[in-house]
Design a protein around this ligand. Structure first.
Ligand code: GLN
Length: 394
């Protein structure tokens, strides 16, 4: 038998998505993979019904249906404070997962180094390996998950080609301040590198924090590939609609990568999603308020149960501290949690470069009743999971 490629040997399948399967296996409430259990906005669903009977069943233009790109350009021009050209500055992708991968392949050569903050969304590790890049990790320090400028600059000095910025950040819930982004931008300018952003939680930010688009900082448009998606904003993670926004020279190259990777995102779904892209500002305010209420509800429940946790400034993830249980393996803890308590979570070690075994990630993109039931199950945590005598790592 021939050997499978070395490329696939150096990473595992996604632990986030594996924990969804574990949750299903045990009938656990799935607070692992971040997606809602409530319906997308009704007007989008109504439009989807109509679209089924209209002429949208063949390929759209490879870099995205005209209608979709125009609606997206209008929305993002408003938010990002510059006029975005729907023809030259956008590629529509199969989720931001493809956008990030295509951005990496566009910006980075095999052997190049790429800065990744740790903790990080697990896809970035695999993206780096698949594009032949070497990740250089820079720690974010809890509880605020700030970086140390001298550590960041030391990473820049290693001769990097790009920096990956997840803001608002998964799994830490950090929202980078304008001042922090400016420090990054100054280094980016000085060391002349690209920035690839993952801004899928751009609309899920809690007061007083505010989202600042990295590409909107002075001088950053020219060297930033903004990646985002409709998944979280319109509760349609299964539709796989994402995009890259960047200047024409970058987009020209990205169009080629995307064309040969996937040809294009689903045409009927692009058409139906245009309805969402045309929503007014009130929709996004309500979305943020809804998630803020869910965050507060869930955090209060955790406090009542005396479970130590992070407090997200944005996105919908919380890291729980499970040190008291003394497990050597956070993966084993998550399996026991799903099986015996009935709550699915992701082991923190999937997100950290550092050797961490005392954190697990849960999310609160769920109906209130689901969150209450999860809290109800977690109230049995200490009766169902007995402490071991392992050691906390970090
Ligand atoms: N971003 C989501 C998470 O971290 C999952 C996204 C995905 O699985 N594609 O859980």
């Amino acid at each position: 038998m021939p050997q499978i490629s070395h490329r696939t040997e150096s990473f595992t399948d996604s632990v986030i998505r594996r924990m969804t399967r574990v949750s299903l296996q045990y009938g656990a409430i799935n607070l692992s993979q971040g997606f809602p259990d409530f319906e997308p906005p009704a007007p989008i669903l109504e439009r989807l019904r109509e679209v089924a009977h209209e002429d949208f069943h063949q390929y759209s233009i490879t870099w995205g249906a005209q209608n979709f790109r125009e609606a997206l350009a209008q929305k993002q021009s408003r938010l990002m404070g510059r006029t975005i050209d729907p023809n030259a500055e956008i590629v529509v992708t199969c989720g931001s997962t493809e956008a990030m991968m295509a951005a990496m392949m566009t910006a980075v050569n095999p052997g190049d180094k790429v800065i990744v903050f740790s903790p990080f969304y697990e896809n970035y590790g695999a993206d780096a390996i698949l594009s032949g890049a070497e990740p250089i990790y820079v720690p974010l320090y809890p509880p605020e998950f700030h970086f140390k400028t001298e550590e960041l600059e030391a990473a820049f000095r290693q001769g990097v080609k790009a920096l990956i910025l997840c803001n608002p950040s998964n799994p830490s819930g950090k929202v980078f301040t304008r001042e922090e982004l400016q420090i990054i931008a100054d280094l980016v300018q000085r060391y002349d590198i690209f920035v690839i952003t993952d801004e899928v939680y751009e609309h899920i930010v809690y007061a007083p924090y505010q989202h600042v688009y990295f590409a909107s900082l002075p001088g950053m448009w020219q060297r930033t590939i903004t990646c985002s998606s409709l998944s979280k904003t319109y509760s349609i993670t299964g539709w796989r609609l994402g995009y890259m926004i960047a200047p024409p020279t970058i987009i020209d190259a990205a169009k080629k990568v995307h064309d040969f990777l996937t040809v294009g995102a689903a045409a009927p779904l692009q058409e139906a999603a245009v309805t969402g892209l045309k929503f007014g500002d009130a929709y996004y305010r309500t979305l943020a308020e809804t998630y803020e209420r869910k965050r507060n509800l869930f955090l209060k429940g955790l406090d009542d149960l005396h479970i130590p946790h992070t407090t997200p400034q944005g996105a919908y993830y919380i890291l729980l501290d499970i040190s008291e249980f003394g497990f050597e393996s956070d993966l084993e803890f998550c399996e026991v949690l799903a099986r015996d308590v009935g709550v699915g979570a992701v082991p923190g070690s999937s997100f950290f470069r550092e050797d961490v075994n005392h954190l697990i990630r849960v999310h609160f993109a769920k109906k209130d009743e689901t969150l209450y039931e999860a809290l109800n199950r977690l109230s049995d945590l200490r009766r169902k999971i007995f402490p071991k005598t392992g050691k906390r790592k970090y």
